[in-house]
Design a protein around this ligand. Structure first.
Ligand code: AVI
Length: 323
């Protein structure tokens, strides 16, 4: 092992197909049909999400990257270089270099993602571009991850979780508090979390961000039906559903739905589900917070809010929380 050594290990804790089947049958059987947003991320869904991040209307990705660039030195000083960096929902790991460049070489980098194909690709790319960095890739649903595998760089190092993109917004506040509490447990004393949180704003900006003109978000939403057809032998006619996304002021969240254009019967793995014309499957919540509001949520889950950064237009926030 030396500075030119490429170090990449892979741990596969991918959720089983049986979990997907159980969750889909359960979600479609409810009075208000709903599916968990984490199921968007099959290989094609993950690629579509990357494309959403590059649309004109979807401001979170470039705004968060701008905050990381503008405050790189201060963020690095706050986070501290002497850590093992764990990334929740690492996806393409495109923002990671911004943080790594500012931090220098952490003891290890641990990307965790539910999509194996994308994780392997991005972890390999990152390991190759940073010889000497120990990369420990884990394919898992990070909401279910209780502990990390034994790896050299993870033994004694202080742990920091990087959780960008406002993915925490895809949890309800109660689920978010639960996830933060379990993250605090994984971090242990001295640990910290650098987390991106989308801010409340003009609903027109939100509406545009989730209804992009190119229809990438629409394709991302509808791809969930294609995935269910392929993996669970269902018979959704994707053209008989449409994408709906709107801001629900009272709940402080964008909701995404798939709306049935006709009365129809759908079979999934032998079970039949009736749809009324206009009925929807609720596929995603994307909660938006005020800075204080999020700090209070984090504090209720056992974190101490240490710092928060935002962009000049106050579209997005980046928080550092300590255990
Ligand atoms: C991953 N997550 C934070 C995105 C969001 O904005 O809630 C997923 C997404 N859904 C539609 N567009 C993007």
């Amino acid at each position: 092992t030396g500075p030119s050594h490429v170090s990449l290990t892979f741990h596969d804790c991918q959720p089983a197909l049986a979990d997907f089947r159980r969750d889909v049958l359960d979600g479609l059987g409810r009075t208000r049909k709903a599916l968990a947003a984490k199921y968007f991320y099959d290989e094609y869904g993950s690629q579509l999400f990357e494309r959403i991040c590059n649309t004109e209307e979807y401001y979170p990705t470039r705004t968060e990257a701008g905050i990381l660039r503008a405050h790189a030195t201060e963020i690095a000083e706050t986070v501290g270089a002497d850590c093992a960096l764990i990334e929740y929902g690492s996806g393409s790991s495109r923002k990671t270099p911004l943080l790594l460049d500012a931090l220098g070489q952490p003891a290890a980098y641990v990307p965790i993602d539910i999509c194996k194909e994308q994780l392997l690709l991005s972890a390999a790319r990152l390991a190759a571009s940073r010889p000497g960095l120990e990369v420990v890739a884990i394919c898992a649903d990070y909401t279910q991850l209780q502990q990390l595998p034994a790896a050299a760089g993870l033994q004694d190092a202080r742990r920091v979780i990087f959780f960008p993109g406002s993915t925490i917004g895809n949890c309800t506040p109660a689920q978010a508090a639960h996830l933060l509490r379990s993250a605090a447990g994984l971090l242990g004393a001295g640990g910290g979390m650098l987390i991106g949180v989308d801010l409340k704003k003009d609903p027109r900006v939100l509406h545009a961000a989730y209804n992009d003109a190119q229809g990438v978000t629409e394709a991302f939403n509808l791809n969930l039906l294609t995935r269910i057809n392929r993996e669970l032998h269902a018979n959704f006619d994707v053209t008989a559903f449409r994408h709906r996304a709107f801001y629900h002021e009272e709940h402080g969240r964008v909701e995404m739905h798939l709306q049935s254009l006709a009365a129809q019967m759908i079979t999934v793995g032998g079970a039949t589900f009736p749809f009324l014309e206009g009925e929807t499957i609720h596929t995603e919540n994307s909660y938006k917070y005020g800075i204080r509001e999020f700090q209070e949520l984090a504090a209720s889950a056992g974190f101490v809010p240490a710092r928060a950064w935002t962009d000049p237009e106050r579209l997005f926030s980046l928080h550092y929380l300590t255990v």
